[in-house]
Design a protein around this ligand. Sequence first.
Ligand SMILES: *Cc1c(COP(=O)(O)O)cnc(C)c1O
Length: 369
Amino acid sequence: MPIATETTLEIDLNALANNYNFITAGLKPETKIMAVVKAYGYGSDAVAVAKELVSLGVDYFAVAYASEGEVLRIAGIETPILVLHPLPANFDVIIDRCLEPSIYSQKMLTDFISFSEKRKQKDYPVHLKFNTGLNRLGFRKNEISFISETISKTEAIRVKSAFSHLAASEDASEEEFTREQLKSFRSISEELKKKINNPIMLHVVNTSGVLNYPEAQLDMIRTGIGLYGFGNDPEQNKHLTPVTTLKTVISQIHEINKGESVGYNRGLKANKIMKTATLPIGHADGLSRAYGNGNGWVTIHGKKAPIAGNVCMDMIMVDVSDIDCKEGDEVIVFGKNPTAESLANAINSISYELITAVSQRVKRVICRK
Ligand SMILES: *Cc1c(COP(=O)(O)O)cnc(C)c1O
């Protein structure tokens, strides 16, 4: 890659392929892979990522909202797409674009059936979401009779899969809770299979679920964060490569005298002579204000430059007192080293939040390293 001359998010498709191969290597050959590409492909570029994954043989995509699935269809992606959180307002887009809704409540089920009947659908694929402890979206086990009776009265829809989501698959101290969730999903599946005639695929694990509980891979895994380069422990992370690298550039260098201040609200007051660099990236680009005042840092010529004072909307100032640098030099915010995870951890956040925060203003560049 040429050095960055403006704030740029590099998206390394070879890293994506490496991660896909690592996550899927240990699976049974018949286990299907659902790649989660919601939120712009975890802040990268959903279309570029999806096209690469199609070439790697992915079976399914998942997005959070219907509009995200629509973008993939417009880009020519023909792979089945599960919409994890379809809202009734988007039922028309779902059917127009052949997206497959997750159905999580009785109202959702009856509403989607009437909508599909009105649209003259037959066997429209839907996925049943069960709540086994996350308490976010999903039916409970005691609703299965309602579901099977309701479905038996219509030809408009067909249940393609049933799934649940783990609350703490990354957390070894919650293993007992996770095993309880898996057990509860198993008993839900058994009852469903008794009450619904057509074959139903089962899936329950996300990335850390498949890494920590490979025996729970069932018919399909749903992997998101792992594809983008993050597992849940340093040992796994060795085999995964962060897909996105956020880079920027030095716009200006300032010599700051003792007693002067830097930035809004005079966030930093210099108690010695210092040197700062101003960078064209701010909270509107996805760098939270929580990183200000030395909580976060960037890397310039391999050295840590702490954020000086408050994060502005479009800029930050960083302390480069001990770094030999000049206007135009490249700056790494996160990437392969330091990773988004290490930076996020500095403000008690997680890789997911930092990588998905990179705003649409930031230029995306696709590469293969
Ligand atoms: C986002 C999401 C996933 C992906 O989880 P990762 O931890 O990123 O692998 C899987 N399933 C559901 C229901 C999700 O919402």
